[in-house]
Design a protein around this ligand. Structure first.
Ligand SMILES: [Zn+2]
Length: 234
């Protein structure tokens, strides 16, 4: 019941650029989610870094792991840290810089589809390797809106880059891509596709030949299942 109420509340969108904290997706020695402190309010659906304007009335400290387990999403105003994706045995993946296409977000359609401006054109982009619950064409599957809001929080105030798949388009003409975001300040890459899996907002969907990061995706999904996050709640 509490979860339903929390997910129904949306966080405020911030117009201003923010200073991004270091992310934990690619660093070799980043602290675990148990060791990172974030802050929640009594009733909000998001978690924050210390000093976020959303924490005016209450600021309850908790670990990042606990925030994820409670179904809290990252705030769009203060861009708090995300969960690490890297599990043992999985080498940290990095995009090939020469294949990255800078993109500007136009609109978020749902958890795995966005519209962007890229190479002077507006394009629909389907994120590779992930499948989020449907919320378009009259459907409203559980966690669909939450997945969309999670993606919005990850992309807010950040630069975006697309890494196209080996197969570049699907049968609907949408671009198939890996989506990387960059901090305005520290430039640390955040891998949006993998984060959707890591937080339990998406299920793995592998369609060859676009399999470059499948190992990383599998391990992110396994971690979300182990922690029973969102879609994987009992
Ligand atoms: Zn915040």
């Amino acid at each position: 019941m509490r979860r339903t109420i929390l997910l129904g509340l949306a966080c405020a969108l911030a117009a201003a650029a923010v200073v991004l904290p270091a992310t934990h997706g690619s660093g070799a020695a980043s602290p675990t989610a148990d060791a990172i402190t974030v802050y929640a309010t009594r009733t909000g659906a998001c978690y924050h870094v210390e000093g976020c304007p959303s924490l005016q009335h209450s600021a309850i400290p908790l670990s990042l792991a606990e925030a994820a387990a409670r179904g809290l999403r990252p705030c769009q105003r203060c861009s708090p840290p995300l969960l690490g994706e890297n599990e043992p045995r999985v080498p940290p993946a990095a995009p090939e810089p020469e294949r990255l296409l800078p993109a500007t977000l136009v609109r978020i359609i749902d958890g795995d589809t966005i519209r962007v401006l890229v190479q002077g054109r507006e394009e629909a982009v389907r994120l590779i390797g992930v499948d989020t619950p449907e919320i378009t064409r009259g459907k409203n599957e559980p966690f669909g809106e939450a997945a969309k809001e999670f993606l919005a929080a990850m992309l807010a105030n950040r630069r975006l880059a697309l890494e196209p798949g080996v197969e570049e388009r699907d049968r609907y003409g949408r671009l198939l891509a890996y989506l990387w975001t960059q901090g305005e300040q520290d430039g640390a890459p955040v891998f949006a596709n993998a984060q959707l899996l890591r937080w339990g907002y998406a299920q793995l969907l592998t369609i060859p030949p676009n399999v470059k990061y499948v190992e990383r995706f599998r391990s992110a999904q396994a971690a979300a299942r182990r922690e029973a996050l969102n879609l994987w709640r009992p």
